[in-house]
Design a protein around this ligand. Structure first.
Ligand SMILES: NC(=O)c1ccc[n+]([C@@H]2O[C@H](COP(=O)([O-])OP(=O)(O)OC[C@H]3O[C@@H](n4cnc5c(N)ncnc54)[C@H](OP(=O)(O)O)[C@@H]3O)[C@@H](O)[C@H]2O)c1
Length: 313
């Protein structure tokens, strides 16, 4: 496993982060087997992953609880970097919400406390002040944000945020015009979510024709006419994978790992062999030409969507 410093923080995180959205048993992903999730979390940690992403929104705290149980064994918690998220809300309720998250996570602090989504019409400045109070109280070591646009990023940077968690993959390029350069200039670590476009870039929907079910039915990439174009782009990923003798998922993740400014893609898994496969991305070296070709075919998909698109309707 490779590790990188996360933005201006003192956190050293593995270059692949394990996402736990599907472990929350949320609507869309369907019910999960907690014991299996706990085993997956522990095995990823044993493989060198130290970075775990969760949120209250994943099953109303259920994913946090599962992560807490997985890391409660031995010295697992002290070896882990935990990020969890809070939806922007009344600042007065932040501490109460964080305390509840800490209880679910069975810990005294989170390493990274993230504003999950900014909320229109609510005072972001006041919210950051409260988030930073959590830092002063040693309940959160660092503050991050997710799903922020450029104006919101400028404000966030003034409040010392160290990371951004945006949707980002070969097909979903919303951060490239402004947010990505801003993060690079300000050393704000980027941890892309949905790096495999929820499986679209794994070959499952291009090499074979897996049925679109569950959460993917709400994902705009899985709706026509975008879906057909996305499958075309995915077959270029497949082609490059064949040339490298590796898997499509590894190429999709390697594209992100080779993008300047990206610290660690956050990948979701439901089976151990998916994690093993994804880990192989760290050994893939893309040429500049391959990186550019993937960027180009992905952009043809992104160009079909509104510039402020959100992934799920
Ligand atoms: N901040 C936010 O608003 C936000 C939003 C979304 C996600 N996230 C975070 O990002 C994490 C990942 O995002 P995501 O789950 O949306 O997307 P993703 O990581 O792109 O896709 C995950 C899904 O892809 C499939 N998969 C993974 N590795 C595979 C492999 N090697 N071969 C074949 N299929 C593979 C699995 O599907 P199956 O389970 O069907 O096999 C898995 O559940 C989440 O868990 C969460 O922590 C954050």
């Amino acid at each position: 496993m490779d590790y990188l410093q996360l933005g201006n923080s003192d956190l050293h995180v593995s270059r692949l982060c394990l996402g736990t959205w599907n472990m929350g048993g949320s609507k869309g992903w369907g019910p999960e087997d907690d014991e299996r999730s706990i085993e997956l979390i522990r095995r990823t940690q044993d493989s060198g992953c130290n970075f775990f992403d969760t949120a209250h929104a994943y099953g109303r705290g259920h994913a946090e609880q599962v992560l807490g149980r997985a890391l409660a064994e031995g010295d697992r918690r002290s070896r882990a970097v935990i990020s969890t998220k809070i939806l922007q809300c009344e600042p007065a309720t932040v501490e109460e919400q964080l305390d509840a998250a800490l209880e679910r996570l069975q810990t005294d602090y989170v390493d990274l406390y993230i504003v999950h989504w900014p909320r229109e019409g609510h005072d972001l400045e006041a919210f950051f002040k409260t988030m930073n109070q959590m830092k002063e109280k040693d309940k959160a070591r660092w503050i991050g944000v997710s799903n922020f646009n450029i104006e919101q990023m400028r404000l966030a940077a003034r409040h010392g945020v160290v990371s951004l968690q945006p949707p980002y993959n070969i097909l979903w390029r919303i951060i490239e015009p402004q947010v990505l350069p801003f993060c690079r200039e300000n050393n704000i670590g980027i941890t892309p979510y949905s790096p495999l476009a929820q499986g679209l870039l794994t070959g499952r929907f291009s090499r074979s024709t897996e049925k679109t079910t569950g959460i993917r039915r709400k994902n705009v990439l899985f709706k026509e006419p975008v879906f057909s174009k996305a499958r075309e782009a995915a077959s270029v990923v497949d082609e490059i994978a064949d040339q490298h003798g590796c898997t499509s998922s590894q190429i999709a993740l390697a594209w992100l790992l080779h993008t300047d400014g990206v610290t660690a893609p956050i990948v979701g898994i439901s089976r151990w062999n998916q994690w093993q496969d994804n880990l192989g991305a760290l050994d893939v070296r893309l040429s500049d030409g391959e990186h550019e070709r993937l960027s180009r075919v992905g952009m043809e998909v992104w160009d079909m969507l509104p510039e402020d698109a959100t992934m799920w309707d």
